[in-house]
Design a protein around this ligand. Structure first.
Ligand code: GLN
Length: 483
């Protein structure tokens, strides 16, 4: 039965619709895989105890596939996305046991689309990290090599996909947290254009950067998932009032005539040669299929990491002020001393990386420093966005770049050196600062470790990413387990 768990969402939907498998069988196969693999991997923080009942109900009711495009499919959901019947901890002690009063918009859309929430996946606390080692509930390991990290912060979701525990997953991406772990685990993940997917019910980290991102083992399955979760939402004023694209059809459109830019600054010092070779091989594949390659320049790229770590920490320090022991989660200390209670609650409930970010962000926003740090970062952010907009105006349809500078690193390798950890996001954070969409696609392996490329598009250019991603995936080195 566990072969079912190895199939992609597209294949499973076919079996379900032809009644060659039931939702209960699919859910049980995924749960069996979790039982086999998760004691080592630790992708899940909690499984949905009602998953089998929900599958049975689907099998009884059999809604029309047009109404339920993900009918009967289990989905792994990152634990910073609200689920009304399952705890949502953000990987933090301060929210341990917190059961939200409602579903996030994306979860409501998943359920309405017939999907079954399989469980909640591990993450770096509040999404702050690149290895999932910053979870208060222990690290997740990379299923491809258990001594290595799965990346982060959506490491649990991507590890669940790579280990065949679920065919579909949701992550969130503030500075690379869908794409970097997708690259490390050898799966496909999208960071949508800012505003494409509702943030209502995604626990805020950096509100001007955050997006929920769909992930799967194939480009087509990511397209299927995006189609269900995207779209305007009255509960999120930053969601764009735009009709969705036909992402699945885009996967079959090919790349003839497409202009693909290779940004020079993404192929410089520090890039692992195996990754460079694999990304260039993906570019050649696009060229063979009729795309035109050109070298382009994004001249402000070197400022991206400092800019991101000012903007993201400033927004985080403000967003995380709500965890005060009064409104959410845990409380520590003496209730009769309000300030003391705040202090004890935050001291006990938040981990070291979260505290570091709150301090950095509070400093960057403080009187006297606000203009020099936060104000300046906002201005550089505009320049970074302009770099991209210029290249797209000059005629590039998409850009192709590495997702990460190195293959997955070992557990513990960077945990004592926050700066080294921050540098693993060198190719991903700029895209969030600029609000653009980017699709991470596997492009092969080195010594059995996955390597990733990302396709970057203009605002709301997701269809182009799917067009090019589906071609890259067909290269022999790509993951492409079909769908
Ligand atoms: N790794 C980056 C950080 O630590 C990005 C995190 C994310 O996208 N949530 O901030």
């Amino acid at each position: 039965m566990s072969e079912l768990s190895a199939l992609g969402a597209g294949q499973l939907l076919g079996l379900l619709q032809r009644r060659q498998a039931s939702a209960l069988e699919v859910t049980r196969a995924c749960l069996a895989r979790v039982g086999e693999a998760d004691p080592d991997v630790h992708a899940f923080l909690e499984l949905n105890p009602r998953a089998e009942d929900e599958a049975r109900r689907f099998d009884r009711e059999r809604p029309d596939p047009a109404d339920a495009p993900l009918g009967g499919l289990p989905v792994a959901v990152k634990d910073n996305i609200l689920t009304r019947d399952l705890a949502t901890t953000c990987g933090s002690r301060i929210l341990e046991g917190f059961v939200p009063p409602r579903d996030a918009t994306v979860v409501r859309r998943l359920r309405r689309g017939g999907a079954i929430v399989l469980g909640k996946t591990n993450l770096d606390e509040f999404g702050m990290g690149s290895s999932t080692e910053n979870s208060a509930f222990g690290p997740t390991r990379n299923p491809r090599d258990l001594e290595r990290v799965p990346g982060g912060s959506s490491g649990g979701s991507m590890a669940a996909l790579a280990a065949r525990m679920a065919p579909l997953a949701l992550g969130s991406d503030t500075g690379g947290s869908v794409r970097q772990p997708a690259a490390f685990c050898g799966v496909v993940g999208l960071k949508p254009t800012y505003g494409r997917v509702s943030r209502s019910g995604l626990v805020a980290f950096g509100s001007s950067l955050d997006q929920v991102g769909p992930a799967a083992r194939s480009v087509r399955d990511v397209a299927r998932l995006l189609a269900v979760i995207e779209g305007p939402d009255p509960a999120d004023a930053t969601s764009a009032p735009l009709a969705g694209g036909d992402y699945l059809a885009a996967c079959d459109r090919g790349v003839r005539g497409m202009r693909v830019g290779l940004p020079r600054e993404y192929f410089g010092a520090g890039l692992d040669p195996a990754i460079e070779r694999a990304v260039r091989a993906a570019a050649e594949r696009l060229e063979r299929d009729g795309a035109r390659l050109e070298e382009v320049s994004l001249p402000h790229t070197e400022y991206a990491i400092p800019t991101y770590y000012l903007v993201a920490t400033a927004e985080a320090s403000s967003n995380l002020a709500r965890y005060d022991g009064v409104r959410y989660g845990r409380r520590a200390g003496d209730d009769r001393d309000l300030l003391g209670m705040y202090r004890s609650t935050r001291a006990a409930g938040l981990g070291p990386e979260v505290k570091r970010r709150i301090m950095l962000g509070t400093y960057a926003l403080s009187a006297g420093y606000h203009d020099a740090f936060y104000g300046k970062a906002q201005r550089v952010r505009t320049l970074l966005r302009r770099d991209f907009m210029q290249v797209f105006e000059d005629g590039c349809d998409v850009l192709l770049a590495p997702t990460t500078p190195t293959p997955p690193f070992r557990l513990g390798e960077k945990s004592d050196d926050p700066l080294a950890m921050y540098l693993s996001d060198v190719y991903t954070v700029t895209i969030n600062l600029a609000g653009l969409p980017a699709l991470a696609v596997p492009v092969g392996t080195t010594d059995g470790l996955p390597l990733g490329a990302q396709l970057i598009g203009p605002p709301f250019g997701e269809e182009r990413l799917f067009q090019a991603g589906a071609v890259i995936e067909q290269t022999p080195a790509g993951v492409g387990d079909g769908s």
